[in-house]
Design a protein. Structure first.
Length: 61
């Protein structure tokens, strides 16, 4: 009975951790969707990433 109880307790703890992680990710996604919906961040970030990766790869090899 003790092993079964420990197993149920471990399952409950893992479920709580996964549930809190899910809630945190959903909250972060909602806040970023609300706050960072401005088009200023996206066009400045994406071409810089593409140009940086292309330059570093071409210069290394």
């Amino acid at each position: 009975m003790t092993k079964y109880y420990q197993f149920k307790q471990r399952l409950a703890l893992e479920f709580l951790e996964n549930f809190t992680f899910y809630l945190n990710t959903v909250g972060i996604l909602k806040t970023t969707r609300l706050q960072c919906s401005r088009p200023k961040t996206v066009p400045s970030a994406v071409p810089y990433r593409i140009n940086r990766t292309n330059r570093t790869e071409s210069s290394k090899f």
